[in-house]
Design a protein around this ligand. Structure first.
Ligand SMILES: [Zn+2]
Length: 638
């Protein structure tokens, strides 16, 4: 992608003869725009393949002048409009009229009449008021759970929440697709808590000689989040509901201290929050943690759309391995904010039929604007947008697609006095938390974010979103962050200078139709080998297991033969089980990452961890400028 920067050269004007009065700007298609600031003559000079730089174009400009082919800047706008570089005011007015009854909104007026961008599209996105379901009092759940909702001022649940609660209570495997912060967590927590609470109180007291043990202490549900940060973000909400019915929730992952781990292992909460990396590791190490999970009845997989590709294939087998160890058939509940092909994807991911429930859950109105930066660069468009939104007091998140992009944006805006900080993967959790908190508190007006913030982390109220081009469903998820309190929100899609952006700038309807579908392929033979090996480590695979389980078992038998020939597994002495060669298996599994990208890497500065990355070069580049030469990198697991 080429950058369009203002060209600094200034030339003498052929008409008014003023020195240094002719400015040159390169526009999106490479042509140069010459304009005299004194007498206002101007012309667009075509790109000359043989010549580089504006000097030869200036000669062309002089030539145009001599031949009388020159315009006055009063006519310039007309030329721009004819060339579709700028959108005629009448068309912009029509867009506003059609989209929002000719609103006089100040921010929209400023942005749409900037005269630097081609206004591709404007519309007011206003979901038909999210369908409300029953009053909370009518839900078939414990009054104590309802009282938590009432305390929060929730009188009625959304239709999708009611539907989810009822189906999960019936034991149906379900995937809930609804925007961030629309109440998905409540939709799956309430029925699960109801079921656990019924079990806790169902045992007959006269049979229970010691009420503090037996039925009381066992894990009933496992909640899986893709990141440790998200687990910590979600736990207060889950705990608030759980505590009402005396159910305990614990996080067990790489950030859990040894003391907390021991606490969990001895007191055994009913709900465990963790991630697939931890689950995988503990399963094949046959730890006490794994042993506790055997009593689980519910498996919740939130942000399910993150488990694509190789990661998804691994997740598929980790769920299978967990199912092998559990005494009960697990009920699976998945959730996602963006899954156009939710049913198909979850069927592959979990290897079973799963019902889809979709919800809207939007309260606000979003002014959506698609802009093509025709007379300045993509970066200056984004800078302009954030300056305008924050200037009018709107709290803003600007999404970049790279770490470097987010750092640069924050750098330029901070220099111009805008209170903005970066939020991205690779920063320490404490740093990210501090950024989230100061945005919530209103100390920050803007966050420069990477797709990390697309996940459901709660950052409070947002008025405006600025985003580069991503598939429409991911954009919708980003936009889902704005205007949650019912106020009017803004979503600006800044197209770039790439061919795809240029295409969408003239075919905006195609943009809305191009949904990104997510895929995973559990038959990936590479993943299968590692996962079957791990499976034998979890618990020996019996021959009968292979012959009774119809799914995939021919493929699995072939893999087992291969692993036997490599000396990684063998038959038990009674010849009934396939067992691993533990030494060799552990060596291999220790080197294996279920995310398919190698282990994550800690970045150390003076022996202190300053960041975490998955071998990301752009992050290292950013850091080296801060910590010249003093970096070291350590691999770590979990
Ligand atoms: Zn002049």
């Amino acid at each position: 992608m080429h950058e369009m920067t203002g060209i600094k050269s200034r030339y003498k004007c052929p008409k008014c003869n003023s020195y240094n009065s002719v400015n040159v700007d390169k526009i999106f298609d490479g042509r140069l725009l010459f304009c005299c600031s004194k007498c206002n003559i101007c012309a667009l000079v075509p790109k000359d393949a043989d010549a580089d730089g504006p000097d030869s174009a200036y000669l062309e400009f002089l030539d145009l002048y001599d031949n009388g082919l020159i315009a006055n800047s009063v006519d310039l706008n007309t030329i721009m409009q004819q060339e579709r570089i700028l959108r005629p005011p009448s068309e912009i007015k029509a867009l506003l009229e059609k989209g929002n009854k000719g609103t006089t909104n100040k921010l929209l007026k400023e942005v749409l009449s900037s005269q630097k961008d081609y206004v591709v599209e404007y519309s007011l996105i206003q979901d038909s008021d999210s369908k409300l379901g029953s009053s909370v009092n009518e839900l078939p759940v414990d009054d104590k759970i309802i009282s938590v909702l009432s305390r929060k001022g929730i009188k009625q649940v959304y239709e999708f929440q009611e539907e989810s609660i009822k189906r999960i209570l019936l034991g149906i495997d379900t995937v809930i697709v609804a925007p961030t912060a629309s109440g998905k967590t409540e939709a799956f927590c309430i029925p699960i808590l109801q079921r656990i609470s019924e079990r806790l109180h169902s045992h007959l007291p006269y049979l229970d000689t010691n009420p503090t043990t037996t039925t009381r202490s066992q894990v009933s549900a496992i909640f899986l989040y893709p990141t440790k940060a998200l687990s910590r973000d979600q736990i207060p909400k889950i705990r608030e509901l759980a505590e009402s019915v005396d159910i305990r929730v614990g996080i067990f992952d790489g950030d859990t201290s040894l003391r907390e781990r021991n606490m969990i292992l001895s007191t055994i909460p009913e709900i465990i929050i963790t991630n697939f990396d931890v689950l995988h590791y503990h399963l094949w190490h046959r730890t006490k943690f794994t042993y506790l999970l055997r009593t689980s009845q519910f498996l919740v997989v939130d942000e399910a759309h993150t488990y694509t590709g190789v990661f998804g294939a691994n997740v598929h087998y980790i769920v299978k391995r967990l199912e092998r160890l559990c005494k009960n058939k697990l009920q699976i509940i998945a959730a996602s904010a963006t899954l156009p092909n939710a049913g198909q994807f979850c069927r592959t991911l979990f290897g079973r039929e799963i019902e889809v429930i979709r919800g809207e859950g939007r309260k606000g109105k979003i002014n959506f604007v698609m802009l093509f930066p025709s007379l300045h660069s993509y970066r200056s468009l984004v800078l302009d947008l954030v300056k305008r939104t924050t200037g009018l007091g709107h709290k803003t998140i600007a999404f970049s697609n790279s770490h470097l992009g987010s750092e640069l944006l924050s750098f330029y805006l901070s220099r111009q006095g805008i209170k903005i900080k970066v939020h991205r993967a690779g920063l320490l959790p404490s740093v990210r938390k501090a950024v989230e908190q100061s945005f919530k508190d209103g100390k920050l007006m803007a966050i420069s974010a990477t797709p990390t913030l697309e996940l459901g982390i709660d950052i409070g109220d947002v008025d405006a979103i600025v985003s580069g081009i991503v598939p429409i469903n991911r954009l919708t998820q980003r936009f889902g962050r704005a205007a949650r309190r019912g106020q009017e929100g803004y979503a600006f899609l800044a197209l770039g200078n790439d061919p795809i952006s240029q295409y969408y700038s003239s075919h905006p309807d195609d943009y809305f139709a191009d949904q990104e579908l997510v895929y995973t392929d559990p038959s990936n033979p590479f993943v299968l080998e590692y996962q079957i090996l791990a499976m034998t480590c979890d618990k020996p695979i019996s021959k009968s297991e292979l012959y009774t389980n119809t799914n995939n078992n021919k493929v699995i038998r072939n893999i087992i033969q291969k692993l036997i020939s490599q000396g990684l597994i063998g038959l038990s002495s009674d010849e009934k089980f396939f067992v691993p060669n533990f030494k060799k298996a552990y060596e291999l599994l220790n080197e294996y990452s279920i995310r398919g990208i190698g282990n994550s890497i800690d970045i150390l500065f003076n022996k202190r961890v300053v960041g975490e990355t998955a071998s990301d070069k752009s992050l290292l580049l950013t850091l080296t400028s801060d910590f010249l030469g003093s970096l070291s990198i350590a691999r770590h697991c979990l």
